[in-house]
Design a binder for this molecule. Structure first.
Ligand code: ZN
Length: 359
């Protein structure tokens, strides 16, 4: 079976490219009379980004609460808000300004505007049937690759699983990469999120489910991440642009992950930890599985003076450790990608829990 891979529709890149949004949006407004819906990370609530956007009074602006990663309940409630505002009209565009959480929220709400039911109904592969409204991504944080990937990840607490709406229909139609938008990101967050690309790509390259194009893109994204994170200042303008490119390419590659992401998903589900930081903790206890990448990662953290305080699982109960194990081990495909079909013989309950205890 060969995967028929779709890429993102259009993209433009460069410092100041945000200025071209107005033209792109006007084209949409001429095609469809309905309003635009802007999804902005709540980080921008006290900043001047909204005032710089080509937003009309008749459009809707939603600040997405990214304190926690998107949940099924949260996505459903943003869908309700958008539906009530639209009152039957088709939006000319949905726009996302933020990192993975905001972009994924926009992608998932888009799917729910044209498909019946709730977000939990579409967690899985190719369950979305009807195309979403036109969507534009303007990443303000690099690393998750959400701008180019075909998934919108949502946490489902009822099922204790973090799972995406994986579908070609989830993808953005247009991406605008303006490195000016990442200038105000706090340093730690810039690192934790940016390194997500590095993780995706090395997990894919060290796995057993491969394809030549994914390998080529992953190798390039890894090179770019190393260039940025081994430089003197990861946040200088040139590096912010390189990391945007790495994230874009990494999302495009979107190969199968390995054992970092399942452990990370456990931390997100049970401790509500953000994805990028959770990945860092996950790799920090997998030197035996990814020795070379572990070493590089530690060097990059030291070079950028990023800390990863120990003791995050110090006061957890046995039930919480069991929940961490279960929310990790459920990701069978990634685990077998790295460890083979008998992954449960290596990642036993004791083995996995002892890793959490080392964090
Ligand atoms: Zn990731």
């Amino acid at each position: 079976m060969y995967r028929n891979a779709k890429n993102v529709g259009y993209y433009l890149i460069g410092q100041g490219s945000l200025a071209q949004l107005e033209d792109i949006l006007n084209e949409r407004r001429q095609k469809i009379a309905g309003p635009a819906i802007f999804f902005l990370d709540h980080f921008f609530q006290n900043q001047d980004l909204a005032s710089k956007l080509p937003k009309k009074d008749t459009d809707l602006l939603i600040y997405v609460d990214t304190t926690e990663e998107p949940t099924t309940e949260g996505v459903d409630s943003y869908r309700d808000q958008a539906k009530a505002f639209l009152d039957g009209r088709t939006p000319c565009a949905l726009l996302a300004f933020g990192g993975g959480s905001t972009m994924d929220t926009c992608k998932c709400v888009g799917n729910l505007l044209t498909n019946p039911g709730n977000s939990a109904d579409y967690q899985g592969w190719d369950l979305v049937k009807n195309p979403a409204p036109y969507k534009i991504a303007l990443p303000t944080l690099s690393g998750t690759g959400s701008e180019t990937s075909r998934t919108g990840i949502v946490m489902n607490s009822a099922k204790n699983i973090k799972l995406g709406m994986n579908s070609d229909l989830t993808m953005f139609d247009q991406v605008i990469l303006d490195p000016d938008l990442t200038a105000s990101v706090p340093r730690n967050q810039f690192f934790y999120t940016g390194i997500d690309t590095y993780m995706h790509c090395f997990e894919s390259l060290t796995g057993s489910y491969r394809n030549a194009i994914v390998d080529a893109l992953s190798a390039k994204a890894i090179d770019l991440c190393k260039e940025v994170f081994l430089s003197d200042d990861m946040m200088e303008p040139k590096n912010r642009e390189l990391l945007m490119i790495a994230s874009f390419i990494g999302g495009m590659a979107a190969g199968f992950v390995g054992t970092v992401h399942p452990i990370s998903a456990g931390l997100s589900m049970v401790l509500h930890m953000h994805h990028g930081l959770a990945n860092c903790y996950a790799l920090s206890v997998q030197e035996d599985i990814y020795p070379e990448q572990y070493k590089d990662f530690m060097t990059m953290m030291a070079k950028q003076k990023i800390d990863l305080p120990k003791g995050i699982c110090a006061n957890l109960t046995d039930d919480q450790f069991t929940a961490l194990y279960e929310a990790s081990i459920v990701h069978e495909k990634p685990l077998s990608n790295r460890l083979g079909p008998n992954f449960k013989e290596i990642f036993t309950k004791e083995n996995v829990i002892s890793r959490f205890k080392q964090m």
